[in-house]
Design a protein around this ligand. Sequence first.
Ligand code: B12
Length: 346
Amino acid sequence: MNAQSDPDTRIGRFTDYLESSDLRGALAYAVGLLDDGLAVDELVLDLLAPAQALVGLRWELGDWSVADEHAATAITEAVLAVAGARTVAIADRGRLVLVCPEAERHSLPARMITELLRAEGFSIVFLGAASSKETLASFLSQFEADALIVSCSIAMNLPSAVGMLAAAKHAAVPSLCGGRAFGASASADRATMLGASGWAPDLPTAVGLFDRWRSDRPASNPILAPGAKVCGALELAHRSVVQRCVAAHTARADVGVQIGLGGSESWLRDEFDAIVSSVAATILLDDASILIEFAHWLSQRLRHDPRIGTKAGSLLQTVTGVLADEYHAASAYLQVAMYVEGGGAA
Ligand code: B12
């Protein structure tokens, strides 16, 4: 099956299977590579992960529909499960629990890390995305975990990582954060501010920490995030804020009745849900880059989809109006994000 072929060729072949929603073809190809001697970590890190990134790019550019992305992700998950079943490491390196924050739906990166750690000899239970902090707390009290891993992919979901880290602290289990949301730079700042015992940018760092923690258990940190209180209040009001945004946006004279996706209430609700979550995360960490990055992503996405007919700046302006009175910090951050994104004209 040619495990010797260069990584780009393999990604191209695998992406063709994803594009044609060919589960059998993708499985046969991946199993062939493993039979040919490709290691599980190479399969995950050099094939599945970059192929998923390509899926994301095509989706973001509007070349692939949401359904195309879902179908591709389901295939990658199946391939990952098959690769995991071939792992024969002796699980004596420690007991780990892995969870995504409650709001985080990117379970696939976490599943990848689960399989990679299993291959390194850890006994690991992945509780999936959408587990509540209560579910985690009760699991931690039964399972004698050496550490909890919190995997978070997008920064807007960081506020719901706080509850997960608090559950670990309550159970006296050290916690490690990882995933893109915790930042790409070599800094543990976000994880530390949220109360984690540690942060790892990659697998070798994580493995090194777990090995060290078995003999030298770290203390958990207090929650240092500067905006924890305001973020908590905004989170409690989240649903009603989103409703108010939808109503305010629909009533705006300059927006009018939009034709296309951007005029539908459910579309607006989803967009405002993401914007308000990004504002909450920005406040939590007092980190304007979270909202700036999100605003940039949003305007790129809306620009590439002519069916929508709504601009990011227009949505951000509505949220600014709704939050201005009660959440001063929020409107300040929103103004900054709109300024950076080009003035935010509707
Ligand atoms: C599949 C997918 C989805 C699926 C997830 C399905 C699933 N079961 O996971 C669904 C459809 C649910 C989804 C939803 C959304 N998504 Co999405 N998604 C993706 C996509 C295409 C692939 C994600 C993936 O699996 N990547 C592959 C892995 C390998 O990438 P990775 O992050 O590098 O993973 C590694 C590390 O993070 C690390 N890691 C993870 N945890 C840990 C822990 C430790 C300890 C360590 C050491 C390492 C580690 O290990 C992984 C393996 O190397 C990406 C595109 C992309 N470029 O990633 C977008 C992407 C992440 N999504 C994006 C967005 C915006 C969204 C939505 C907001 C869209 C929307 N409006 O609905 C929602 C948010 C949902 C939510 N509340 O969480 C953006 C994020 C942009 C940003 N910078 O904020 C991306 C980048 C797409 C894009 N280019 O626009 N998404």
